[in-house]
Design a protein around this ligand. Structure first.
Ligand code: PLP
Length: 421
């Protein structure tokens, strides 16, 4: 099989597989136990936390392990809202906090926002999205300014992704962070598709920074991530499934959603020790790969070569999302208007190519991707859009072999359902 579905999940590397299987044999003990093997498991968990701290350029104590990206996102958003609702300054019932997000977020954010609104736990506002799938920072600034002009202003939480899982669109996260700081809002960044593929720090962000929030100052030289909370997930960069991370800047208050003692009281439950050990190995391998900028350029060029070849071989196809550098190096989302994505995917799978239609969790449904529709992509194009996503180990031979297969499947379906029907 030619696997071009790496935004859904990635293959664990041999070193990750070895680390996980070794841990199942050697570190199956409870890391909260006092005895020696329990403490050996604890040491391994802390070693992994340190590796993630290195990948992100933050302090280990600011990181909590969870069961994945979805849980990390839930803890970030509901934890912030819970901390606000339980805050001692809030003596009498006031307006629910304002949660600002976008309609192109992963369903882990989108569905949570809808549920919080339905339960009256947050008022939700949506920033504007451009046709290329990027978010307009001015629309974020406008929403926050409007909120501040109200009396009383609501506590504002912003949740925006760093890179989109369907189109690869990279968002201006540093601009979002600046706006949030200016307006006294906290920014959570869903970085599940970014971390492990791209550097967590741009050169500008490596400068020492003093972060001033409405209620606190942070002079930490390591506090340079362009947000206040960040979530990521190991299975998106060749680690095991079921291991996520939440980073919260020192001083950010969160009310845990699972009560207990583990993870400094932020996330209860016995840690997934083998998964966490494997994730630490994946983090170090990812950091080493990212450090070589030429590796990213090489894979980006491979993606572009693949994309151009598919566009040339399939008349009437076009790209959804940005076509410039504001796109993840590994992703291309190609529309084959008037075709049904499910039929294309089944044809590709039969012929040995794995790809996806939008988010993996919505495949199997005949509905077009809500992300593409929110960008303003037509229904006909959204119905026939396929996401191809490379990994750092995808080879030129694989992508070159995939192109004629895609062209053949699309041509066969076109004969059944011609363009414009
Ligand atoms: N956020 C984004 C942008 C994603 O792409 C995904 C997974 O596809 C998630 C969150 C959820 O992560 P997990 O699968 O680890 O729960």
């Amino acid at each position: 099989m030619i696997y071009l579905d790496n935004n859904a999940t990635t293959r664990p590397t041999p070193a990750v597989v070895e680390a996980v299987t070794g841990a199942l044999n050697d570190h199956w003990h409870n890391p909260s136990s006092i005895h020696r093997p329990g403490q050996a498991a604890r040491a391994q968990v802390e070693l992994s936390r340190g590796k993630f701290a290195q990948l992100l350029g933050v302090r280990p104590r600011e990181l909590s392990f969870t069961s994945g990206g979805t849980e990390s996102i839930d803890l970030a958003i509901r934890g912030l809202i819970g901390a606000f609702l339980g805050s001692p300054q809030r003596s009498k019932p006031g307006p629910a906090p304002l949660l600002i997000t976008s309609a192109i977020e992963h369903s882990a954010v989108r569905d949570l926002a809808a549920e919080l609104e339905r339960r009256g736990e947050a008022t939700v506002a949506y920033v504007e999205v451009n046709l290329d799938g990027t978010v307009d920072p001015d629309s974020l600034a406008a929403l926050l300014q409007t909120n501040r002009a109200q009396a009383p202003a609501r506590a504002a939480i912003v949740s925006l992704q760093w890179a989109n899982n369907e189109t690869g669109a990279v968002q201006p996260i540093e601009a979002f962070h600046q706006i949030c700081r200016d307006q006294g809002a906290l920014l959570h960044c869903d970085a599940v598709q970014w971390i492990g593929k791209c550097p967590a720090h741009t050169p500008a962000l490596l400068m020492p920074l003093t972060v001033t929030h409405r209620h606190r100052e942070d002079h930490s030289p390591t506090a340079v991530l362009p947000c206040d909370l960040l979530t990521c997930s190991a299975h998106k960069f060749h680690g095991p499934k079921g291991v996520g991370l939440l980073w919260a800047r020192a001083g950010v208050r969160l009310r845990p959603t699972l009560l207990g003692t583990q993870e400094l009281g932020r996330r209860a439950g016995t840690e997934n020790v083998p998964g966490i050990i494997g994730a630490g190995v994946a983090a170090m391998e990812a950091a080493a790969w990212i450090a070589d900028a030429s590796a990213i350029s090489r894979q980006a060029a491979l993606r572009t070569r693949f994309e151009n070849a598919v566009l040339a071989a399939c008349p009437a196809s076009h790209i959804n999302g940005p076509t410039d550098e504001r796109r993840l190096w590994n992703t291309t989302n190609i529309a084959f208007p008037s075709l049904e994505a499910e039929a294309v995917l089944l044809g590709l799978s039969e012929a040995g190519v794995c790809a996806s239609a939008g988010a993996a969790c919505s495949s199997g449904s005949l509905d077009p991707s809500p992300v593409l529709l929110a960008m303003g992509v037509t229904t006909a194009s959204a119905h026939g859009s396929i996401r191809f996503s490379l990994s750092r180990s995808t080879t030129p031979e694989e992508v070159d072999a995939a192109v004629p297969i895609i062209a053949k499947v699309v041509a066969r379906l076109r004969r059944v359902m011609p363009v414009g029907s």
